[in-house]
Each structure stands twice: as structure tokens, then as C-alpha cells.
Design a binder for this molecule. Structure first.
Ligand code: GLN
Length: 240
């Protein structure tokens, strides 16, 4: 890749981005820079058109009203959906996951159409899922257990057109023992953290999907220490 060749889109950080989810863009850019690849991060705000020429799109979490607004905006400006058709990568967190699905129902029983990039339908669960979560993922998705923090009311049913991202070891996730959803290069999860700071293998998987080859290994003891510490925290979370 040439300089500045890697284009990241941070989608609607002004309304989707609870728990520092915007940090996922910083993590990806830094991991690219450490490998000598320059990346740009374009912030696409509410009211602005969504470019279709980016390599990787990031959506964060948000309140019900914010995510309904986001879904309406992204349906009206389908640049990201067009980019997916030509192979762009999309990564969504929490409300981002729900918006990427086919439909979601918010807490006052209001139904909203999603973007249909994932075969996933979300409706309110019996209580909010709040706390540390650990998810086991298969080798095709990096095989490294994911750690994160979840806070959502919605429960998500993944249909035959997508696969769950993994299975819940501790926590709630989709609500049926599975967590997240993936279809092609569109991947989403309930995990905040920011999740890509806590799970470098997942961060590199997203980069690999764009680069076409696994990025060089990055031995980072402080990232490993953070993972260990969060794994211990999840084990001892009294709410689990
Ligand atoms: N509003 C959604 C829910 O509660 C998503 C929350 C979030 O993104 N943290 O299910």
C-alpha cells in the first residue's frame, strides 16, 4: 500500500460513540502506522453524506434515539452500503450492530428498519445487560477470546444470512449464548472497551481483510497486560 492509502471512516461519532468507541479508529490507525502504513480517519457527522470510497467503516454504540437517527441518516445516504458491495470492511459496536441488522425495536416498542448488512433482528430484552463480557471465537475469526464491556437492552437474533461472531463465556451478548454477527466483511459485536484496544487479534483481522494479507506481528507487552487484567476482571465480575 502507498502512503495514506488506508482510509478509515468513523461513522457518526457525534451520535454513535458511547464508551469511547471512537478509540477503535485510533487503535487501527496506530496499528497501521507501527507497520509503516499511513492511514487517514474521516469523521462523517450527522447531516453529512457518507462517502463510498473508504476501506473500513466504524460505527459505535448509542442511545435508542441516537441509533434511530443514525439508521435513518445511513439509509438516506447509502455510501457505506455501496462500499460493502465492492468489498469494504464494516465494524459495528452495540447500537452499531443493531443498526447494521435488518430491523431493531427500541425500548418503547418502536420498530425501525436497519441497513440490512447483517441478517440480525434486535428487540428489547427483559433487563439491561451491563458488565464485563468474554466471548470465544473460532479460528477463522482469529481464535483469541474477546473481552469487552456491554451495556444494552436489546437482544439480537442472528438469521441464516449471517453467523454469530462467537459464543458467550461470561455475560449476555445476543442473549441466546451467541455474541455479535458477521457476514462477509461486515462484523459487529456488543463489546465496548474500546474493543479493538482490548482485542488486538480482532483489530488485525479487520486490517487483514483490507490489506489482503496478515499484518506483521506486533509484540506489545502493555496490550497483553491489559488483556490479562480485563480477563481477570471478567472472571470476578459479581454481576455475572
Ligand atoms: N440502545 C441500544 C440498547 O440499549 C444500544 C446501546 C449501546 O449502544 N450501548 O440495546
Amino acid at each position: 500500500m502507498t502512503e495514506s492509502a488506508f482510509r478509515i471512516g468513523l461513522v457518526l461519532p457525534d451520535i454513535l460513540g458511547t464508551y469511547s468507541d471512537g478509540g477503535n479508529a485510533k487503535v487501527l490507525r496506530r496499528r497501521l502506522e507501527w507497520r509503516g502504513i499511513t492511514a487517514s480517519v474521516a469523521e462523517i457527522r450527522h447531516g453529512e453524506p457518507v462517502p463510498s470510497a473508504l476501506d473500513l467503516y466504524l460505527l459505535g454504540g448509542g442511545e435508542d434515539k441516537a441509533q434511530a437517527l443514525a439508521a435513518t441518516h445511513l439509509r438516506a445516504h447509502p455510501g457505506m452500503q455501496r462500499a460493502v458491495v465492492r468489498g469494504a470492511v464494516v465494524f459495528g459496536v452495540c447500537a452499531g450492530l443493531q443498526v447494521l441488522g435488518t430491523a431493531f425495536t427500541t425500548s418503547h416498542d418502536v420498530n425501525h428498519p436497519g441497513l440490512g448488512l447483517l441478517d440480525a433482528v434486535t428487540s428489547p430484552g427483559p433487563r439491561r445487560a451491563v458488565g464485563e463480557i468474554v466471548v470465544d471465537v473460532g479460528p477463522e475469526l482469529g481464535g483469541q477470546p474477546l473481552t469487552g464491556f456491554e451495556n444494552h437492552l436489546g437482544r439480537t437474533r442472528v438469521g441464516p444470512g449471517s453467523l454469530p461472531l462467537g459464543s458467550v463465556r461470561g455475560g449476555i451478548g445476543n442473549g441466546d449464548g451467541t455474541e455479535g454477527a458477521v457476514a462477509g466483511r461486515v462484523l459487529a459485536t456488543y463489546l465496548h472497551g474500546p474493543v479493538l484496544a482490548r482485542n488486538p487479534v480482532l483489530a488485525d483481522l479487520l486490517l487483514e481483510w483490507v490489506l489482503g494479507t496478515p499484518p506483521a506481528a506486533l509484540p506489545l507487552p502493555e496490550v497483553d497486560a491489559l488483556r490479562e487484567e480485563r480477563m481477570r476482571a471478567a472472571k470476578h465480575d459479581p454481576r455475572r
